[in-house]
Design a protein around this ligand. Sequence first.
Ligand code: ZN
Length: 223
Amino acid sequence: MRPLRWWVVAAAAAGLALALEALPSVLRWLRAGRRRRPRREVLFFPSQVTCTEALLRAPGPAPAGGPCACSLPHGESALSRLLRALLGARASLELCLFAFSSPQLGRAVQLLHRRGVRVRVVTDCDYMALNGSQIGPLRRAGIQVRHDQELGYMHHKFAIVDRKLLITGSLNWTTQAIQNNRENVLIMEDEEYVRLFLEEFERIWEEFNPTKYTFFPQKKRSC
Ligand code: ZN
């Protein structure tokens, strides 16, 4: 075997040095290419009334007769986009809601529960007792719900999907608000905000632990 010429060895060494030098920037470039923009969306209500059946249909064969034949429009709306954001949940959903009576949103939450998503709900004790509240059906479906026992309202309206997507704004989850009120809902993937809202959720979840309920409060309203 002929000995390697010195210039071949030198060229190889120089090539290797250059490659090592460039490696971090190449990796950075590759990572940046893969990183998609975090989700930032704002929904404005009132929402156009659209059919949400296709979104809320339980898994299984599509009903006979093909696409839905109801008379509502079947396009996108603020409500359908909100439903879509929630239905993206795969592992967990935290809900912190003053008022929850929208049947479509109730169905979406039950659907997630049936899919095995861990759902936890915190709500206000006054509103949950009203007619049409979704809280009863959610509890009967086996979803964990905790409520306040305070004079002040549990007035938050936020949701956290899979510990990475925050949904928050002025909207109460009622048909009245969805179809009639001017409201805004921010949907954002933001680690810092998700962490802060999750901390608030866990704080409230612990405060509303049923072991701490007093059933005959002295100076408070009854629930
Ligand atoms: Zn339809």
